[in-house]
Write a protein that binds this ligand. Structure first.
Ligand SMILES: CSC[C@@H](O)[C@@H](O)C(=O)COP(=O)(O)O
Length: 382
């Protein structure tokens, strides 16, 4: 049996600060972020008054997670427009800030297109900036709505796959909750729905080396919501499966290729292999905005490579990023080379289901992803 003694405290106060908010003058124009690099130690705001500051916040993971990156990118375009700057160059800078999460480019292009169309119809730059901001707000709201639908579809699927009455023991990786979303998240929103429906027996939280999104952020969200949860090191997952303590794995996604391959936080693929071996459902939860039908397969997904110092030192995500102070504690000899991909790719044959706001599909059989995307009311950007 896995050690269940160390149940974490419940009922911690909710954060006083929103994950992301737009500030009008005189405070702005600015995009104000809950700085995720400082959680759980403190809830601090990071005020981005221009696009370079926002790009830095994206690269250092002060703002992160696929859906929230899309929302932040859209507000970033609105910020450039509100400052009277060159919107096309700002959009390019933002889109290039991180390569794997497809939502970032989606949000950026959506706001930029709205701005361009307004200008094309004769709007002055000030009016077009308001249009870009309205588009960012629409995306923000749509993501919240999608999150609610994913929670419903995901919980229904869990109940179908795990009919026993003892409550679900779920394992998750990285952070997929309110910190990455306009709403309550993707995979974590399903866990939360299970918890509210009194069907969550245990949440297993992978710490998610090297930047500890699981330990720092998912544990923080689980505690705030009063869930029964325990943290494990990523390499303890195997023994947990072997002990029969995991009923299902739930993760998010940064990009889903047309063949159903899923790029997500590094460490997801080994979990999928473990789940397959132990006959445990492996479920991906993501909005249709994370599906990239223009990318044919997993091999075509660009995986972000992060600085090696994130592996060779125990530190905050800020270390190793140009212009930021590296304050890490070395855990390897100076000069040690490191392999540090931010994501890995799980092939469709290891995935039980992909849950979107439009419903669930099996990536290898049944209704295809393309059909779900066609059904979605999300704005299409070519
Ligand atoms: C709903 S979030 C899905 C993914 O974006 C999440 O699992 C993840 O991998 C985030 O990676 P991060 O590098 O922290 O941005």
């Amino acid at each position: 049996m896995a050690d269940q003694d160390a149940q974490s405290p419940v009922g911690i106060d909710p954060p006083a600060l929103p994950v992301l908010r737009w500030a009008e003058p005189p405070e702005g124009p600015a995009l104000v972020l809950l700085d995720q690099t400082r959680l759980p130690a403190e809830e601090a705001e990071l005020v981005c008054t221009d696009v370079p500051a926002l790009v830095r916040a994206i690269r250092t993971l002060a703002v992160r997670g696929a859906p929230l990156l899309g929302i932040a990118g859209a507000y970033g375009v609105a910020l450039a427009a509100a400052r009277g700057e060159d919107v096309a160059s700002a959009a390019e800078l933002l889109e290039r800030a991180r390569p794997t999460a497809v939502n970032l480019g989606y949000g950026v292009r959506r706001a930029e297109r709205a701005y361009r169309q307004a200008i094309g119809k004769g709007a002055d730059p000030e009016r077009a900036a308001a249009v870009a901001l309205a588009e960012a707000r629409a995306l923000h709201w749509e993501d919240a709505e999608a999150s609610g639908h994913m929670a419903c579809h995901g919980l229904a699927l869990l109940d179908e796959l795990l009919p026993g009455g003892g409550g679900h023991r779920l394992l998750t990786h990285c952070n997929t909750g309110a910190l990455v979303s306009g709403g309550e998240g993707t995979a974590f929103a399903v866990v939360l729905a299970a918890h509210r429906g009194r069907r969550l027996r245990q949440l297993w939280v992978d710490e998610t080396r090297p930047l500890l999104q699981g330990a720092r952020l998912t544990a923080y969200e689980a505690a705030r919501n009063g869930m029964p949860y325990s943290l494990l090191t990523d390499n303890a997952a195997g023994s947990l499966f072997a002990a029969g303590e995991v009923d299902a794995v739930l993760i998010g996604a940064d990009r889903i290729a047309a063949d159903g391959s899923v790029a997500n936080k590094v460490g997801s693929y080994p979990l999928a292999v473990l789940a397959k071996y132990h006959h445990v459902p492996f479920i991906v939860v993501a909005p249709t905005t994370t599906v990239d039908l223009g990318t044919a397969d997993g091999a075509s997904i660009i995986v972000e490579q992060r600085p090696g110092v994130e592996v060779t030192e125990l530190t905050s995500p800020r270390a190793g990023v140009a212009g930021e102070d590296a304050v890490g504690l070395p855990v390897a000899p100076v000069g040690t080379a490191a392999y540090n991909p931010a994501f890995d790719v799980t092939p469709p044959e290891l995935i039980t289901a992909i849950v979107t706001e439009e419903g669930a599909v099996s990536p290898v059989t049944g209704v295809g992803l393309a059909e779900l995307c066609a059904r979605s009311s999300q704005v299409t950007i070519s």
